[in-house]
Design a protein around this ligand. Structure first.
Ligand code: SAH
Ligand code: SF4
Ligand code: F3S
Length: 446
């Protein structure tokens, strides 16, 4: 039989990366093999994101490129999946008639069957579109998965979001919160450990809400403690935490469990209580600072990272300065900073006083400048320390390897005649700090 190939073009967050690993697994179950160049593939999946306009523009350009691929090879199956497919539905097909299959965000585990049905009916039926149901529960997935990394695994623990922050499209394209059962999550992690995985990231839009749909109290803290006990699990990360729902129980679990890494990613979005209210975030600047103090009380050596939006509608210079001051006050290790992007269908898109782009850009620059100073300061604290690194691979200079600390910091060290494999644990004594990374030399033990 002739070989068949698939190509995956993934955009967006870790949730999408995880979904893409599920698509890859199902395609391999059908006998397809991965190919890097999508021009030579029989099935192409574009897994899309629509969280900001910039992401959508880039992806629309890529889907546009596939028109020529379809003209050259009319048999290729072009599938658009993910959040943009969910949001735009038939409109997307109208705009890009080269698309054969449109797959909403809740159908990930049904993909194999949907593709087989499509191929069987091809000719009589030009296209398949499935995106109307956002309530499908993906909990009991038992098929194959092709993970990108050989030692680090994404583990979805819940799907969807109930928060409806007024700027955000995610609740509309991912549906309501659905938690996976603890047994199912533990079984997936145990199977991954048996395959050699060591590092696990528990994924959800709001992991602190895990289990609320079962009516269970403190379910996320219980899940963390349970995963910590699985033999062979070395590092546990989780994202994303919502400051309103982050509980003392979760912070205690991080403090007490050996394998849960001591990084707290707590997006604050804005330092102005008035903007936070209009964002529907459910906490004030003061409450956020109390949370940071609580985290530092239980886990003094932790790192703290965040997400920030500048230029939310009505954001004044004073509001922005509240954000800037909060960044300086907390001294985050890293921050993902975004210019507010109008998402039609969300409440903020209809708000008055949209901030002009040049003002937003200038604020973003000032914010990044302040954060870069923080990042460098935090990294400088590592100088002279020996850090535990999981090796990832060679850097651009092949004589230098890179890897990450437990808190996710990028570390570079020279090979000095040694050989490493991805996933090796290496102890590195840090001698140089930069804004985005630290450097040092491998030493014998920790
Ligand atoms: N559920 C996660 C991640 C959501 S998307 C959370 O609540 O943190 C990741 C980040 O994108 C958000 O934290 C926010 O900072 C940013 N974001 C979401 N919608 C946006 C918009 N319309 N414009 C700009 N940034 C946005
Ligand atoms: Fe979007 Fe808010 Fe949900 Fe995060 S918590 S996905 S920002 S609505
Ligand atoms: Fe993007 Fe969807 Fe993730 S909109 S950020 S891919 S949930």
């Amino acid at each position: 039989m002739e070989e068949k190939y698939y190509a995956l073009l993934n955009y967006g967050c870790q949730m999408n990366e995880s979904d893409t690993e599920h698509y890859a697994g199902q395609l391999e179950e059908l006998g397809y093999k991965a190919i890097a160049d999508f021009h030579n593939a029989d099935v192409i999946i574009v897994n899309t994101c629509c969280v900001r306009e910039s992401a959508e523009k880039k992806i629309a350009g890529k889907i546009g490129e596939l028109k020529a691929v379809k003209t050259k090879n009319p048999d290729v199956v072009i599938c658009v999946a993910g959040c943009m497919a969910q949001k735009d539905g038939d409109k997307l097909i109208k705009k890009h008639p080269q698309v054969d299959l449109l797959l909403g965000t809740a159908y990930v585990n049904d993909f194999k069957q949907i593709l087989l049905d499509y191929l069987a009916e091809r000719g009589s039926k030009r296209r398949t579109r499935v995106y109307d149901d956002l309530t499908i529960h993906q909990s009991e997935f038992e098929g194959k998965m092709v993970r990108q990394s050989k030692f680090e695994a994404w583990i979805p623990i819940m799907y969807g979001c109930n928060n409806f922050c007024t700027y955000c499209i995610v609740p509309y394209v991912r549906g309501r919160e659905r938690s996976r059962s603890m047994e199912n999550i533990v079984a997936e992690i145990e199977a991954a450990v048996a395959d050699g995985y060591k590092e696990f990231t528990l994924l959800g839009q709001n992991v602190n809400s895990y289990g609320k749909d079962f009516g269970e109290k403190d379910a996320f803290a219980k899940l963390l403690r349970r995963v910590n006990e699985i033999p062979g699990v070395d590092r546990i990360h989780y994202m994303t935490s919502h400051p309103r729902d982050m509980s003392e129980e979760v912070i205690k679990a991080v403090a007490e469990c050996e394998h849960i890494c001591e990084n707290f990613h707590v997006p604050f979005q804005s330092g102005s209580t008035e903007i936070l209210r209009r964002m529907n975030r459910g906490y004030s600047r003061e409450k956020y600072l109390e949370l940071i103090a609580l985290i530092r009380k239980y886990v003094p050596n932790c790192t703290i990272t965040t997400d920030i939006i500048v230029g939310f509608p009505g954001e004044t210079e004073a509001d922005f300065e509240d954000t800037l001051n909060l960044v300086k006050e907390v001294g985050f290790d890293a921050a993902f900073t975004f210019i507010y992007s109008k998402r039609s269908g969300t409440p903020a898109a209809k708000m008055d006083n949209q901030v002009p782009l040049d003002v937003k850009k200038a604020r973003l620059n000032r914010l990044m400048e302040a954060q870069n100073i923080n990042s460098l300061k935090c990294n400088e604290k590592l100088i002279g320390q020996v850090v535990e690194v999981l090796a990832e691979g060679p850097s651009k200079n092949k004589d230098v390897w890179n890897g990450r600390t437990r808190t996710g910091k990028l570390v570079l060290w020279p090979l000095e005649g040694k050989t490493y494999q991805a996933g090796d644990k290496v102890y590195v004594k840090i001698d140089t700090a930069q804004t985005w990374l630290v450097k040092g030399k491998a030493v014998d033990n920790g």
